[in-house]
Design a protein around this ligand. Structure first.
Ligand code: SF4
Length: 408
């Protein structure tokens, strides 16, 4: 068992780059100007209004649903988020929303309109799925939520994975995030899987950076992969490597971002904000680091007592949450930070309007067990039994987050 790492205070620490083989590369090409942003928002709002008229028909219902959706958006982003990125002809506002214009984006809007207008009768159950395609992983992360499944015999055959994609796409899933273990360990299966899945859903890869070479990035992009989320838990190389239990983790992660950017993918970094990380004033230097990397999104996760953290006192205190919320609002809305990546912090909306996990998304772990999300181990069924025909229908039981039971 690894012990928790105590991070030193380093509020003004300069990121260590010597371990990386390439310099950080800002990708400013992806940021539209203010006029383009204004007209893009106008066009999208008109499109939503058009769909609302067709689906909801009654003016009172159109107005009230519109207001509900705007309220929800403000609660998710802590205000009216204006940030957007343009990559390969599509605009991205969130790593969990398909790029626009696309059929997947339109379908998402339609399902959200139906969901808010008549929540009890909506047919769409899910909009995105995290699918852990392998148990293999070269890392040994301090917070690993797959800890008990790691490096055992694979549960999914290649055929199973294709059937799982079919099953969820038939349920209307619009976005698939492939994870693991480390999904790039299973690259030979991942590539055809994305080629297949991307015909109906937007595909992303969640990776530590392992095996994410320039060549593999191009192959993934050609197969239809739109974005990657790379786990980087510290801007100081040695501390990230310690957290991940792998001496080249930082170098691999930074190179993966650069390779994905050159392949014209959307890029995001994900950080587990531990108590020590926040107490050490590492949050803002981390945002500076992410800006230099040129990523579009930074996902800040709160540690949970699952997997390798099970039984440990890792839940954040009130003061940590206050700090995260202040940074979240500052980064996303203050003009001084308009050129910083968008910060995703799920705790903000979870504490106000509830959680989307279970209602919009599920996490299929590498053993096939289906949970509300990677950080809540709330198994409700096993997908392998379904795709192998042992069980016939998708259970209606909803996975719920044990911390935020209210579903948004
Ligand atoms: S958290 Fe992810 S990268 Fe780290 S050991 Fe677990 S599966 Fe591997």
């Amino acid at each position: 068992m690894q012990t928790a790492i105590t991070l030193p205070v380093a509020a003004t620490h300069t990121p260590i780059t010597a371990a990386t083989s390439k310099p950080y590369q800002a990708n400013n090409l992806s940021r539209p100007g203010s006029i383009e942003k204004y007209f893009t928002w106008m066009f999208i709002k008109l499109r939503i209004f058009y769909f609302a008229c067709i689906i909801l028909k009654r003016p009172d219902k159109i107005i009230s649903t519109f207001k509900t959706m705007l309220r929800l958006r403000n609660n998710v982003w802590g205000g009216d988020l204006k940030k957007m990125y343009k990559i390969d002809g599509k605009y991205y506002f969130n790593q969990y929303t398909p790029g626009w214009p696309s059929g997947a984006y339109d379908l998402l809007i339609k399902s959200e309109l139906r969901r808010h207008a008549s929540p009890l009768t909506v047919t769409e159950k899910l909009s995105f799925v995290f699918l852990a395609i392998t148990r293999k992983c070269p890392m040994r992360c301090e917070h690993c939520f797959e800890w008990d499944n790691l490096n055992q015999k694979e549960s999914f055959s290649r055929e199973d994975l294709f059937k799982v994609v079919d099953l969820y796409q038939n349920e209307g899933v619009l976005q698939l995030h492939f994870s693991g273990g480390e999904p790039m360990v299973r690259f030979k299966d991942l590539l055809p899987l994305i080629k297949y899945a991307s015909k109906k859903s937007e595909c992303w890869v969640l990776t530590s950076g392992f095996n994410f070479t320039a060549h593999n990035a191009l192959l993934l992009r050609e197969a239809g992969c739109k974005g990657i989320v790379v786990s980087i838990d510290h801007y100081i190389a040695e501390l990230h490597n310690m957290f991940r239990g792998n001496s080249s983790a930082f170098e691999q992660a930074v190179n993966a971002i650069s390779n994905a950017q050159q392949a014209r993918m959307v890029t995001s970094v994900s950080v587990c904000a531990t108590k020590q990380f926040i107490d050490g004033n590492h949050l803002m230097p981390y945002m500076d680091f992410a800006k230099k990397l040129g990523v579009q999104f930074v996902q800040v996760l709160e540690p949970r007592s699952v997997g390798h953290y099970e039984g440990k006192n890792v839940l954040l205190d009130e003061k940590h949450i206050v700090e995260l919320e202040l940074t979240f609002k500052r980064i996303n809305h203050s003009p001084a930070y308009s050129d910083y990546p968008t910060m995703l912090y799920h705790g903000y909306h979870q504490r106000r309007v509830g959680c989307f996990s279970g209602s919009r998304s599920v996490y299929v772990d590498s053993a096939g067990d289906v949970h509300a999300c990677p950080f809540c181990h709330t198994k409700s069924y096993n997908i392998i039994e379904l795709v192998r025909g042992i069980q016939k229908t998708l259970p209606v039981k909803e996975n719920k987050c044990p911390l935020f039971e209210k579903i948004a």
